[in-house]
Design a protein around this ligand. Sequence first.
Ligand SMILES: [Zn+2]
Ligand SMILES: [Zn+2]
Length: 119
Amino acid sequence: MFKKLFASDGGNLKSGVAYAILAIAVACGGYFVYATWTSGDRPLVSTVMCANSSCNHVDQRAQEVGEDWPQKCPKCGQQTLFVAFNCRKCAAPNIWNENRGLRPPTRCTQCGQENRHGS
Ligand SMILES: [Zn+2]
Ligand SMILES: [Zn+2]
């Protein structure tokens, strides 16, 4: 009788663990579904670059609507932080010549490709 009781307890314990694992699995699955569901609402992340040639700070950050550019660079502290564009040939981040006060086209610093607005 004692043996039977013990075996029954063991069975309960096992199913308890199984339920706990199931609950964790459901919670994790729910989180991933939630994360996927809400990812479309995240703000647009842009590459920002410092136009100061002795700094060349590059970062990824969320861009907010109505922000003024250039902004203060977190590395060199100058008002030279611009939103970068990706080279249409090699996808390297670059700052438009217009932002630097130069004339277009902007030559890619990586591959030399000439980039223009809208092309
Ligand atoms: Zn800088
Ligand atoms: Zn390029």
